[in-house]
Design a protein around this ligand. Structure first.
Ligand code: 6PG
Length: 229
C-alpha cells in the first residue's frame, strides 16, 4: 500500500498514528510491542509527534521493546549512531524503560560476532519495522549490489557500505520477511527516481534493494511521489 501525503508534516502525522495503532494492538493482542527502528533523518518528526501524543500511555511504552534494523560501527554516543538518534528522538521523550531497549553494540574488531549475537536477541516476528530509503534505493544497510541481498542463513551481518560511515551491521532480507508490519517513510524529490524503480513492474533488487519492501505500507510525500504513474 502506498499513500501519498501532501508534505513531510502530514507524512509524519500519518506515520505517528500508524506506529501508535500497531503498538496498541500488539500490546492488546500479545502483551508486548516489538518495534524496530532504522537510521536516517526521515522518521524524526514522526517520533516527535508520537512521543508528544502518547508519552502518558504508559501501558504502551512499558510493554514496548525497541530494536534496530541496522547500525553504523561507531561509538554509541557518536552523532552518526542510529541508537543515539532513536534515543534522543523517541526513547527519551516517550520514557521507554532502559531494560526494554536493545541496541546493536557495533564495536570493532569482531562485528560478525556482534551481528550473530544480535540475531539471538532479535524477535522472531517483530511487530513493526520502520524503514527509510536512500537516494540510491538502499534500505537499512542493504545497498545496491550487496551480496547480503542473497543471504538466507544469517539474520544480521557485517557489511561495508559505499557511503560513510562505511562499516555497518544490518539485518538481511529474511528479517524483513519475518516482520508482521513494515512501514517505509520517504520524503523529498531527490528520492523520486528510486521510488519509481521500487514500484516499476519489472526491476532488479540488486539495483534497487528497497524493492524488498514492495509489500509494505509506504508513506511518501508529494515530492518523492512525483515520478510515480
Ligand atoms: C542508515 C539507514 C538507512 C536510512 C536511509 C534513509 O542507517 O543509514 O538505516 O537505510 O534509513 O538512508 O535515510 P534518510 O531518512 O536520512 O534519508
Amino acid at each position: 500500500m502506498i499513500r501519498v501525503c501532501p508534505d513531510y508534516e502530514t507524512l509524519s502525522e500519518a506515520a505517528a498514528e500508524h506506529i501508535r495503532s500497531v503498538g496498541v494492538e500488539a500490546v492488546r493482542e500479545r502483551g508486548r510491542f516489538d518495534l524496530v527502528l532504522s537510521g536516517g533523518q526521515t522518521p524524526r518528526r514522526a517520533y516527535d509527534i508520537l512521543a508528544e501524543r502518547t508519552a502518558n500511555d504508559r501501558s504502551l511504552w512499558e510493554n514496548t521493546h525497541v530494536f534496530w534494523g541496522d547500525e553504523r560501527c561507531v561509538p554509541m554516543n557518536d552523532p552518526e549512531s542510529n541508537y543515539l538518534t532513536g534515543k534522543r528522538a523517541l526513547l527519551e521523550p516517550a520514557r521507554i524503560p532502559r531494560a526494554n531497549v536493545h541496541p546493536i553494540t557495533a564495536r570493532p574488531p569482531d562485528e560478525e560476532a556482534v551481528a550473530e549475537s544480535y540475531a539471538q536477541v532479535f524477535p522472531a516476528a517483530p511487530d513493526l519495522l520502520i524503514l527509510g530509503m536512500g537516494v540510491d534505493g538502499h534500505t537499512a544497510s542493504l545497498f545496491p549490489r550487496s551480496a547480503l541481498l542473497d543471504e538466507s542463513r544469517k539474520r544480521f551481518a557485517f557489511c561495508l557500505a559505499p557511503i560513510e560511515p562505511k562499516e555497518r551491521i544490518t539485518m538481511t532480507p529474511g528479517v524483513i520477511a519475518s516482520a508482521r508490519n513494515v512501514l517505509v517513510l520517504v520524503s523529498g524529490a531527490e528520492k523520486a527516481p528510486a521510488l519509481r524503480r521500487v514500484f516499476a513492474p519489472q526491476g532488479d533488487l540488486h539495483e534497487t534493494p528497497a524493492r524488498l519492501l514492495r509489500h509494505a505500507t509506504w508513506l511518501v510525500d508529494g515530492a518523492a511521489a512525483r515520478e510515480l504513474g
